[in-house]
Design a protein around this ligand. Sequence first.
Ligand SMILES: [Cu+2]
Length: 150
Amino acid sequence: MMFKKLCVAAILAVASAPVLAAECSVDIAGNDQMQFDKKEITVSKSCKQFTVNLKHPGTLAKNVMGHNWVLTTAADMQATVNDGMAAGLDNDYVKKGDTRVIAHTKVIGGGQSDSVTFDVSKLAAGTDYTYFCSFPGHFALMKGTLKLVD
Ligand SMILES: [Cu+2]
């Protein structure tokens, strides 16, 4: 069931690729060493929507070394992490209905991937945004900045 769902997501991602300009999406990986392969993501104002493709190239299971990609303002990160921890893995370590969360993927384990697309209109120029993994303890290493640029 899970495999089928991932396949459908992969096909959809490929099918929608020509519609989006190249710069309106980013690929990011979170590995078994608890690290993202990017420290900064820039989003062009010319994009209506922006897609983040998260991949876990490791082998560890999601309950051991799971990763997600969560976007909030820099100011909201800590409280969002705390509430996410309480929400647990079943909720992808994101509090249900958390309005501070601009976008997030589900938590994935080694060999898995997930994508999330959000409206760029949710971002304001001059605001500092942080993306991070909300798996307990991971945000200390797994975070970066996201900026809206011209
Ligand atoms: Cu993580």
